[in-house]
Write a protein that binds this ligand. Structure first.
Ligand code: PLP
Length: 393
């Protein structure tokens, strides 16, 4: 079948309404189990000799459609859905790794991924190191004989540094090491790591893919062989599955992903230039800023610079908190990718668990704020920021 364009695939990929009594919207299979016509059919399904559903932890038609669709959108062979982004991260890592292995990780990963790496080390003797991955040499220098995967986030939260995925994929191919990319900040609309040569893509679907702030879920995409292995091991036996209704909500959210991302990105460009010029702002961290250290990488591997902006305000931690407290329209909350504009304070919220010295190395200062730009009129978001700055004097 001819591959359709992204904006069409988010709405149609993998679904044929003629198989579902003409239902325009894919049905929600809110069921735990599936009945067999007879005992022999049950035997065949368990033996894998006949296709069909058995029990919703092992597969569910609503979930399956979501998995097919995300695989199509990420240019991969097969997808899997999980009950959270962290269930996807842990499901993939547990399936891939064994005791004694080593993970080479980009500097400054998501807080709970940081926590998971420590857990893997404490319980299963799986070690890890962080690498800036700024150049090929720097990346190669971090690889050990026991390195079993390279784990990358780009852009990196909250300072929006980027990693050149094509460069990492090339090294991975040469060394025979799989590359796993957490693509949450971009969504498949802005960046498709598998097209750049990476092996596995992970999402916290809680963010842009859901887009409406009402679901916690995760997704992963890779080769059919690898995803089958994950499905038959960690997903089935650890059991971090998604609920059918949440899968249904994600299918609904996905339909508008390109339209929403365009608006998130457009609003972010406007607000980034407002913040950059503002006398009470010290520094902004936005991949679309021409002075951003990785502007060139952003321009080559991302369709647009995204909807997240971090910035430092002139002053202390107290000033940063006071500024947040003056905001009206903009809500104080972690998470991102929702219709509502959200602001958070990384040093005391998402990165509070990171020791202060490490935070400093990561450029997470006490006056740094992260804005997840929503879908409101950008002028209203700007007005809210402006009035909060005005009250700071
Ligand atoms: C939120 C997030 C996660 C974790 O996802 P949950 O759905 O909250 O479990 C992982 N990686 C990144 C980059 C995230 O932003």
């Amino acid at each position: 079948m001819k591959k359709e364009r992204f904006e069409t695939s988010v709405i149609h990929a993998g679904y044929d309404s003629s198989h579902f009594q003409g239902s325009l919207v894919p049905p929600l299979y809110q069921t735990s189990t599936f009945t067999f016509d007879n005992a022999e059919q049950g035997e065949k399904r368990f033996a894998g000799e006949e296709p069909g559903f058995i029990y919703s932890r092992l597969g569910n038609p609503t979930v399956k459609l979501l998995e097919t669709r995300i695989a199509e959108l990420e240019n991969g062979e097969a997808g899997l859905a999980f009950g959270s982004g962290m269930a996807a991260v842990s499901g993939v890592l547990f399936a891939l790794l064994k005791a004694g292995d080593h993970i080479l990780c980009s500097q400054g990963v998501y807080g709970c991924t940081f926590g998971l790496l420590s857990l893997l080390n404490e319980k299963f003797l799986i070690t890890h190191d962080f690498s800036r991955m700024g150049t090929k040499e720097e990346l190669v220098a971090g690889i050990k004989a026991e390195t079993a995967c390279i784990y990358v986030e780009t852009p990196i939260n909250p300072t929006m540094k980027l990693v050149d995925l094509q460069m990492v994929a090339e090294v991975g191919r040469q060394k025979g090491i799989p590359i796993i990319v957490d693509n949450t900040f971009c969504s498949p609309y802005l960046q498709t790591p598998i097209s750049l040569g990476c092996d596995v893509v992970i999402h916290s679907a809680t963010k842009y893919i859901c887009g409406h702030g009402d679901v916690i879920a995760g997704l992963a995409v890779g080769t059919r062989a690898f995803m089958d292995m994950v499905s038959k091991t960690t997903l089935k036996d650890i059991g971090g599955i998604i609920a059918p209704f949440d899968a249904w909500l994600l299918l609904r959210g996905l339909k508008t992903l390109p339209v929403r991302m365009d608006r998130h990105c457009e609003n972010a460009e406007k607000l980034a230039s407002f913040l950059k010029k503002h006398p009470q702002v010290d520094r902004i961290f936005f991949p679309g800023d021409q002075e951003h250290s990785d502007y060139k990488i952003a321009a080559t591997q991302m369709r647009k610079p995204g909807g997240l902006i971090s910035f430092t305000i002139k002053g202390t931690k107290h000033d940063a908190q006071q500024f947040m407290n003056q905001l009206n329209l903009i809500k104080i909350a972690v998470s991102l990718g929702d219709a509502e504009t959200l602001i958070q304070h990384p040093a005391t919220m998402t990165h509070a668990v990171v020791p202060q010295e490490t935070r400093k190395q990561m450029e997470i200062e006490d006056n740094l704020l992260r804005l997840s730009v929503g879908l409101e009129a950008w002028q209203d978001i700007e007005d809210d920021l402006a009035q909060a700055f005005a009250k700071m004097n």
